[in-house]
Design a protein around this ligand. Structure first.
Ligand SMILES: *Cc1c(COP(=O)(O)O)cnc(C)c1O
Length: 418
């Protein structure tokens, strides 16, 4: 398979090879459909397309690499499109939600309620009541949230299933987005957890275990293995204060995908070795406890593309701008404004001119009146014409629902699972 993103400049770091999709006659193929035909089928641009087969392959490869005792959950905020969640529900062992809206989507899938867990620092009373009524596992994130959960439980006459989200004293090293270690709005500080466990016992709630989440988007296997080992160690220590034996341990995820030049795909083998050790430790100390990983972007990011159409080729002071109908309002992350410190290009290509023809350096911009509306900044790509289809790869996670779609009042893009 040829590399779809090429650069003649060998001095700069390049994007990791993209080999997940087929190409025929220079045209990207998604789920066996040519990009042009898919655009006709969707009926309008821009759109997001997610490839079913890629998602299935990703889960299968992950399961083949990890020890059998590790359960894989989908953290659905990465891509909450109902069709995607339905598809994943048949492939993974559980779904992790973080709002009442996500809970409703997850409950519409065949995933049993006892395999759905609900995290989030700001759960409303209404959301807590819905979660208890549904019978999902609630990861409580504070003492106050626990009290409100107990009230919901009492009002409904149903025993809430509860886990404690712990704010660990460590963070995932070498990652852009830390979500543990030090002061955090997420979870209960490790030092306060024993008292909270005592309270769960007093309230008579159904204690299941712990949830730890140390960070996101890590491409370092040693850093992930280290965080996983520390998570298991901390959970087992805290389990001594629990009102009942540990049954579930969710040690988070944080598996990253290569987005930017210089990024290299995560190698799973060292992570799998580490998990094998953690399973043995867990089996000794808490026989029968389930070990769960919760993965978002790792399962879906590489299966998705964002597609927009070139409206105009424009040359300003010698620089080529491809003005498209898509942009920041649909894909904030590719514009570099979703938590990135330094703007870097996502892999972007002209989807109907992938391998042949003349090439040039161009910038891809959207229709918004702001210089932030930039999908590619002076990248080498095929020389594009009006009507060509620009493809932003690695776009299956944190795309549409992580973007300010109302900004400037353009229509919403379509989404397809193909
Ligand atoms: C966002 C989130 C995830 C998913 O993160 P990815 O980087 O997409 O894998 C998992 N767990 C929790 C608690 C989260 O907040």
């Amino acid at each position: 398979m040829k590399d779809l993103i090429r650069s003649n400049n060998t001095e700069l770091p390049s994007h990791a090879p993209l080999c997940q999709f087929a190409v025929e006659n220079d045209m990207l193929q998604l789920g066996g459909v040519s990009l042009r035909r898919l655009a006709q089928r969707v009926g309008s641009t821009p759109f997001y397309a997610y490839e079913r087969a890629h998602i299935a392959r990703r889960v299968a490869d992950l399961r083949a690499a990890l020890p059998a005792g590790v359960h894989v959950h989908y953290a659905m905020k990465a891509n909450p499109m109902p069709a995607v969640v339905q598809w994943l529900a048949g492939l993974v062992d559980g779904i992790d939600v973080a709002s009442g809206g996500e809970l409703a989507t997850a409950l519409d899938t065949p995933m049993p309620a006892e395999r759905i867990s609900f995290a989030g620092p700001g759960k409303s009373d209404a959301e807590l009541a819905r979660a208890v009524a549904a019978g999902v596992l609630v990861n409580v994130e504070s003492g106050a949230q626990l009290e409100r959960l107990a009230l919901a439980s009492e009002r409904l006459g149903l025993t809430a299933r509860v886990a404690v989200r712990v704010n660990p004293d460590f963070a995932l090293r070498r990652t852009g987005m830390r979500m543990g270690g030090g002061a955090q709005p997420f979870g209960v500080d490790a030092a306060l957890v024993p008292a909270l466990l005592g309270r769960i016992g007093q309230l008579g709630l159904d204690f299941h275990g712990f949830h730890l989440y140390a960070g996101s988007q890590s491409l370092s296997a040693p850093a992930l293995a280290e965080a996983q080992a520390l998570s298991v160690q901390l959970a087992l220590q805290l389990a001594d204060s629990a009102p009942s034996p540990l049954r579930t341990l969710n040690i988070g995820g944080g598996f990253g995908v290569p987005y930017f030049p210089g990024d290299q795909a995560l190698g799973l083998a060292p992570v799998a070795e580490g998990l094998q050790r953690q399973l043995a430790i867990l089996d000794q100390a808490a026989p029968g406890a389930r070990l769960n990983l919760e993965l978002g972007r790792y399962l879906v990011a590489e299966a998705g593309v964002y597609v927009c159409k070139v409206l105009e080729r424009k040359v300003s002071h010698g620089q080529v701008f491809l003005v498209t109908d898509g942009g920041l309002h649909h894909h904030l992350a590719a514009s570099g404004n979703f938590g990135q410190l330094i703007r870097k290009n996502y892999p972007v290509a002209i989807g109907n001119r992938l391998l042949g023809g003349p090439r040039e350096v161009a910038s891809v911009v959207g229709p918004l009146c702001t210089p932030l509306d930039l999908l590619a900044d002076q990248m080498e790509m095929a020389r594009a014409e009006e009507g060509d289809l620009v493809v932003v790869f690695q776009s299956g996670a944190y795309g549409l629902t992580a973007s300010p779609t109302a900004f400037l009042g353009h229509p919403l893009p379509a989404e397809v699972l193909v």
